[in-house]
Unconditional design. Sequence first.
Length: 193
Amino acid sequence: MVLASELREGMALRIDHKVYRVLEVEAKAGAAKMGGTVRARLSNVHSGRMWDQHFRPLERLEDVELEKRRVEFLYSDGTNCFFQRLDNFEQVEFPAAGLGLAEKFLQAGEEFQAEFFESEPIGLDLPESVEARVVTTAPPTRGQQDSSRKEATLENGMKIQVPLFVAPGEIVSIDLKTGRYLERVRTQHKKGV
């Protein structure tokens, strides 16, 4: 059991026989005789539905232990993403919708840490950002405002807005939560021998 005031992002809770992942936590102190509240944004691990819930700070909640296992991405059929557990080679699937934008950037053979509850897969530890190559975009321009953007198509077909200085063939870093451009990745050029 855990007190609501001890909730942290990433924890898993069981409420009314359903398992939820804590996405955000915000605690507010109470004034005078009014007690404080803890607002938690929860996600049902099976359906993916979001739920904003308020708890009293001293309210006891049932936290659940998650098992962590390494998995390797195999393929996606558009609806589900299929992975293979590396400890027993069992194939497991995650709903593509539950992975968000990350599903578009998964490549066969990539390894991730997966979380299981009672042998059922419930989540993946995904990076905050990924790198992708720009396939097509307008030629780079310089000397304009820093805030100006242009559309670019990535190697996976996704379209994003990038700064004017980004050229086709360059690798960019993308935020997996928002799908926005973060930075251009500097690659080391090897000099000829």
